[in-house]
Structure formats: C-alpha cells, structure tokens
Design a protein around this ligand. Structure first.
Ligand code: ADP
Length: 394
C-alpha cells in the first residue's frame, strides 16, 4: 500500500463506522464477499441479505426494508432492472446501485434513465463506498425536500381555508349588522328630530353624536360589505376593452375632474380577460384617488399599459401629494388611511378593493411614490387570449 493509501485506510479505521443495511442481488458468493469487504473497508458497519431471484428479493423488502440495493446487472433468470421495477411497484424509494462485471456506456445511460441510482464495475469496487454514501445523501435530501413540499402544501391549504373563513366572517358580519344598525340610525335620527330643543343642550349634543356615529358605522359596514363582495357572485370573465372602461370612468368622474381642472390622458389600452364591473371599479378607484390626493397644481393623470412576457402592466401616474416610503404597502390594507377624514374624505377601503380585484384576476398591484412627487400605481393582469378559454377571439 502506498503512503497516502495507508494514511486514508488509517483515517477510515479511526472514524466511527456507519451502520448500513444492504440487500445484495448476486448469484456469485465470491463477488458478494468482495462487495461487502469493499464497503467495510470504506467505513460501513454492514448487515446484508443475499438474494438471487424475484421471490426472495420481494420477501427481503419487509418487514425491515434495506437502505440500499446492490444488484448484479445480469443474473441467470433476473436482472438488476427487474429489481428496480419491483421496488417501484411496491412503492419503495430505495437507491439501487448496479454492481456489474461489464456495462457498456449505452446500457449504463439507459439504466440511469430508468431510475438506477448509479453503477460500479466489479474491478473498480474501491469506488463503491463513495457511491453508496452519495446515494444515501441524495435519498436523505429527497426525503427532506418532499417533507418541505408537503409542509408547504399543508400550510397553503390552511391559509386558503383561514382566508375563506375570514372572508365569510366579514361578509356575514357586515351583511347581518346592516339591519340592526339601520334601526339604530333611524331611531337616533327620530330622537334628534322630535326632541331637538326640548331637552337640555347636552341632550341635543349627545343625540347628535349618537346619530353621527350610527351613520358613520353604516358607511363603514357598507364599505366592508363591498370589499367582501369582490370575488363573490363575480360575473364570468370576458374580454374587456380598457378603452371603453376608461370612457365610462371619465364620464362617472366628470364633475370632480371638472372641479379640480384635472387633465387625464390615456394610451390606447388593451383588452383584458376579466369581470368588466371589477375593472371599472379598479380604474375608478385609482383615478378618483389621483384627483382626491392632488397637490397644489391641478391633477395631471396618465394611464399607460405595456406588454411584458405573459402579462399586461398598467401604470396610473399622478402629480399628487405622494406617499411616504413607510406606507407604500400599508395603504392596500382594509381601512388603512394616512390622513384624517377632515383632510381628505374616505374610509380607506378603495385600494384594498383594487388589490383584491387585481389578485383575483391573477395579477399584482403596488405603488411607487415619494412625498411631494406624485405616485405611480402599477398593476399587472395576465395576458390571456380568448383562445385559451376555448372561445373565438373577439
Ligand atoms: P381612501 O381613499 O378612502 O382613503 P384608499 O384605500 O383608496 O382609501 O387609499 C388609502 C390611502 O392611500 C389614502 O388614504 C391615501 O393616504 C393613500 N393614497 C391612495 N391613493 C393615493 C394617491 N393617488 N396619492 C397619494 N396618496 C394616495
């Protein structure tokens, strides 16, 4: 033995042996002994079962399945590949290493394609321990990956379920609260009308607060209901021409546009595959906000779209008051506002509805902005053609 080989052998001898339970498929006992000796030399404390045919091979898999199968490629009535078929049929993920006297390149590639982990020639058994170690490591990694994927899938299912529960809760709460609240609002208003000036000044004030509060709560609940309705009872998607959506929104917002002196420009916009009512709501919320949160100059609003890979990217840009960096994400959360209602009217529901509409349509929404420099609200929508939906192109 050379100096280096002696050093390696001594090092392996010092290391704790790795326990290994192997199933050997081999008709030559001498060859089987050589395989076992190579593994022991390579640092394995090996326990093995020697089999030669399908019946004994299948029987040896239970109750304690081996960690590895070392199979001769060619046995009188059976091959290593047949062993692989048995493992796959029985649902075992056990690495199979072919140990063969000779194996041409073409056969070797074919075996690996079929699912054999690796192969070692009988005159190169010194490689075997490393090959086994790698196969066991890969199996361990496969198991971990599978576990992570399963955990992730479970978490996603839980998340989807809890989201659905929350949505159901928001819907039921906002829907069912409307009726009693209508009573409270109606009767506090009646109190205010009948008894104004008949009790003392404090009573007038308190009744005023109560009816104001009830009216505000009605608006909040209606907004919450509007939010939870997005995605419920959605109309089937169809091709929506965004130019006609733009025209409709400009008409709806004609008076705030005129009052503020806003200039709204839009590119030639594409058609998207969506629920038209929702796209109108999306455009209207974004343009309405661009007018509402204007700066000292009259609003200048531009709407652009560009094709990117498999999606459309829309940009609604304004020259308004802008948004501080720390609030760029918060503003999409239900009821999140950056100003008091006396500064700017609203309840903080518009952008959360926009987010829900975009995400339900398979896109993403975000904003780029700086205080004092305007904002650019951007969202994507998947580029779907009518063909993909089994209809003729409009
Ligand atoms: P609301 O308009 O009722 O406040 P939104 O959900 O539409 O509710 O918007 C949330 C917050 O995001 C607003 O209160 C405002 O602070 C900010 N915001 C939305 N759009 C703009 C905009 N174009 N420019 C500046 N700030 C905006």
């Amino acid at each position: 033995m050379s100096g280096t080989a002696t050093q390696i052998a001594a090092k392996i001898a010092d290391e704790p042996k790795v326990k290994l339970c192997a199933l050997l498929l081999e008709d030559n006992r001498l060859d089987a002994d050589l395989v076992l000796r190579a593994l022991r030399r390579g640092g394995f404390d090996i326990s093995s079962t020697l089999v030669q045919d399908e019946v004994s091979f299948t029987r040896a898999l239970r109750p304690n399945p081996p960690e590895i199968v070392l199979a001769d490629y060619n046995l009188p009535n059976w091959t290593g590949l047949d062993a692989l078929n048995v493992l796959q049929r029985e649902g075992f993920d056990i690495p199979v290493i072919l140990v063969s006297g000779a194996l041409g390149d073409v056969t070797a590639v074919e075996c690996i394609k079929r699912g054999i982990t690796d192969y070692v020639l009988k005159d190169g058994l010194a490689r075997l321990p490393d090959v086994v170690r790698r196969a066991l490591r890969e199996k361990h990694e496969r198991k971990l990956r599978h576990q992570v994927e399963q955990d992730l899938e479970k978490k996603m299912e839980e998340l989807a379920r809890s989201n659905a529960d929350l949505e159901q809760f928001a819907y039921v709460a906002s829907h069912d609260l409307q009726e009693p609240l209508r009573m409270v609002a109606a009767y506090t208003q009646l109190l205010a009308e009948r008894y104004r000036g008949k009790l003392d000044a404090d009573a007038d004030k308190f009744i005023g607060y109560a009816s104001e509060g009830a009216l505000r709560m009605q608006v909040l609940i209606q907004d919450l209901l509007a939010f939870s309705r997005v995605g419920r009872n959605t109309a089937p998607s169809a091709s929506v021409d965004c130019n006609s959506v733009m025209q409709e929104v400009l008409q709806t917002l004609a008076s705030p546009i005129q009052e503020s002196g806003a200039a709204v420009s839009a590119d030639d916009l594409p058609s998207v595959w969506a629920d038209r009512t929702q796209i109108v709501q999306l455009f209207q919320n974004l343009i309405g906000n661009a007018i509402k949160f204007r700066g000292t100059e009259p609003p200048a609003i531009s709407v652009k779209s560009e094709k990117q890979d498999r999606q459309w990217r829309f940009t609604f840009r304004d020259n308004g008051i802008g948004i501080p960096a720390e609030s760029l994400e918060n503003i999409f959360v239900v009821f999140q506002r950056l100003h008091t209602r006396t500064e700017y009217p609203g309840n903080g529901i518009g952008l959360s509805i926009c987010k829900k509409i975009v995400e339900r349509s398979g896109g993403r929404i975000w904003v780029e902005s700086q205080v004092g420099s305007g904002s650019a609200f951007k969202f994507t929508l998947p580029l779907k053609t009518a063909d993909e939906h089994g209809r003729t192109k409009p």
